[in-house]
Design a protein around this ligand. Structure first.
Ligand SMILES: O=C(O)C(=O)[C@H](O)CO
Ligand SMILES: [Mg+2]
Length: 261
């Protein structure tokens, strides 16, 4: 049976962030993930998890300044110190919340920049993060993101990520397979999931097109959930989609997959 985590940066977005934990638990979720809660003290995040009986599955490293165009720091020249600080800060939050996975966003390639050089810096930074994460028993995740939603993003395909993981060969690095992005970049999801399952630590879902509930559009999610069970995927599946309207009203699709009682 697949295990679903509620992505609180996307679901229950009409509620203040702190209220989304309670809403996720009331909807039947046992785990949550989100982009980050660095505005809140670590102890408050921990209380929100404990009070609502939730497991923290994943969050992101600080992304830099979103309004100025940052989409992660890992490939950005001149931001190495900031990146290293962000690794330490995210590992502190992970320790406080018993979270075992952190998504490290690559960042974007600027106009006229050499993507190969940025990729080299990205790899160096990933290794720095992975060495620290290893000591904490945490995995650093790489997620390919489609370049239509995020123009200029360095890491776009599962295959690119797979090669990086193979080359870096570090046990604290793994793949975050976001099916929504990967359908847009390459399709052929069942075969690619199967091929890269041993590198995959986390999966995220959304309908394509539109990034809404995973119950309509060009992907057959029930087929993929059965397939993941059959091939023995034991990780979480993050519900990272934009509900059409009220989150609870759009959760009918999940009922057959939720533990009863
Ligand atoms: O955009 C995505 O798919 C992600 O998972 C990023 O971490 C932002 O939520
Ligand atoms: Mg994602």
């Amino acid at each position: 049976m697949p295990r679903f985590s509620a992505n609180l940066s996307f679901l229950f977005a009409d509620l203040p962030f702190e209220k989304r934990f309670e809403a996720a638990a009331a909807a039947g979720f046992g785990a949550v993930e989100y982009i980050g809660a660095y505005d809140l003290p670590m102890a408050s995040v921990k209380s929100l998890l404990v009070d609502n009986g939730l497991e923290q599955v994943l969050f992101n490293m600080p992304l830099g300044d979103w309004d100025k165009g940052d989409r992660g720091l890992a490939c950005r020249p001149g931001r190495e110190d900031e990146f290293r600080d962000s690794v330490v800060q995210s590992l502190d939050y992970a320790a406080a919340t018993d979270c075992k996975m952190i998504h490290c966003m690559s960042g974007v390639t600027g106009k006229g920049e050499n993507a190969g050089e940025l990729a080299r810096l990205y790899c160096d930074n990933l290794l720095y993060a992975a060495d620290l994460a290893e000591q904490a028993g945490v995995k650093i995740l790489l997620e390919p993101i489609n370049p239509i939603d995020m123009p200029g993003y360095l890491l776009n395909s599962i295959e690119q990520a797979a090669v990086i993981l193979q080359q870096l060969d570090h046990s604290s690095l793994a793949l975050q397979f976001d099916i929504y992005h990967s359908q847009i970049v390459g399709g052929n999801i069942a075969a690619r999931l199967d091929k890269h399952l041993d590198q995959t630590a986390h999966i995220q879902i959304a309908g394509v097109p539109g990034r809404h509930e995973p119950d309509s559009g060009e992907l057959n999610y029930p087929f993929l959930f059965y397939m993941l069970d059959r091939v023995g995927y034991e990780g979480w599946i993050g519900c990272e989609y934009k509900p059409h309207g009220d989150t609870n009203a759009g959760l009918e699709w999940i009922r057959p997959w939720m533990p009863k009682g």
